[in-house]
Design a binder for this molecule. Structure first.
Ligand SMILES: [Mn+2]
Length: 315
């Protein structure tokens, strides 16, 4: 039995800032490629949450439905990510809940008896201990099934930035031994960790919506489970244009400028907290950064928002 594994998709109807190509057209091509591949190889698609970039982007939904209609033989199981849900309310109408209601996507918690494979799910806000409890109980049956989990837990091999909170992939595999193969989402960084035949993998984002994803080449994994074990696990690259060609230089420069300025802001904050800099207010510091650097209005707004956030965090 074959499964196509996909982490965050982030399907959207608008072009992300900095992308110079037609993102909507590129998404359509990618969805066709994936669904057609699944159809050709009789593979079931498993997806780990954040199918959409926003909860109620109905234009994106309409675009997808027209594509999904053409591949009704392809079975898809998915869990919700934080981009799919209204404050953890699974039943509030959203792009994803509509796809579930319309039967294009199904909820995990399904047993394929002939092949003895169980697919578990743990979406954003759902209980991992519950999912693992169920999986452990299945380990006690005579004919132990191969157990796959799809989850939106933030599992990663390393921190993406210094204050990044994530679950270390090796710790994850030690803590939840009942799952043979875990597909995770949330962290937009692909990886594969295997310990003693048990695997956790993230395939990275499908739609590259920021410079951090510039060097990611979208792909999916296809795994085959035979007689209770992993027969093969392959990477299939999804046709795409290289990041260097789709992100504008101007956007990259702007993002870098913002990073530099936020750093400058932090160093001013540090100074402010010391005795030396105590006479300058943060607003004055910001105003001087904006003046000194010939800042555009959008970036100035961004900086002021950062201060507001900082202040509310202080409270
Ligand atoms: Mn995501």
């Amino acid at each position: 039995m074959k499964f196509i594994l996909l982490s965050d998709l982030h399907i959207r109807s608008t072009d992300p800032a900095g992308r110079m190509d037609d993102v909507v057209a590129a998404q359509k091509d990618k969805l066709h490629f994936i669904l057609n591949y699944a159809h050709q190889h009789k593979a079931i698609i498993l997806q780990a949450g954040d199918w959409h970039n926003s909860k109620r982007d109905f234009r994106a939904l309409a675009m997808e439905i027209q594509i999904l209609m053409k591949y009704q033989t392809v079975k898809i199981y998915a869990v919700a990510g934080q981009h799919d849900q209204y404050y953890r309310q699974q039943n509030a109408p959203s792009n994803l809940s509509i796809l579930f209601h319309a039967g294009f996507i199904e909820h995990p918690g399904v047993f394929f008896e002939n092949d003895n494979i169980y697919i578990h799910g743990c979406g954003w806000g759902e209980s991992m201990s519950e999912a693992h409890h169920k999986a452990k109980s299945l380990m006690e049956v005579e004919n132990l099934p191969y157990q796959i989990l799809i989850t939106h837990l933030p599992i990663a091999q390393e921190a993406l930035f210094s204050t990044h909170k994530y679950i270390d992939s090796k710790d994850y595999l030690k803590k939840y031994p009942a799952f043979n193969y875990t597909l995770c989402g949330d962290i937009h960084k692909s990886f594969l960790t295997t310990i003693r035949g048990r695997t956790v993998a993230n395939t990275g984002p499908l739609v590259r919506d920021g410079v951090d994803e510039m060097f990611h080449d979208p792909y999916f994994r296809i795994i085959e489970i035979k007689n209770g074990s992993l027969e093969s696990d392959e990477i299939i690259e999804i046709p795409h244009t290289k990041g260097e060609e789709i992100f504008s230089r101007e956007h990259l420069d702007q993002v870098q400028r913002r990073k530099d300025m936020v750093e400058q802001l932090h160093s001013i904050e540090d100074e402010k907290n010391s005795d030396v800099g105590s006479k300058i207010t943060i607003e004055q510091a910001i105003a001087s950064i904006i003046e000194d650097n010939d800042i555009d209005a959008e970036t100035a707004d961004y900086l002021y928002t950062k201060i507001a956030e900082g202040e509310s965090n202080d409270q």
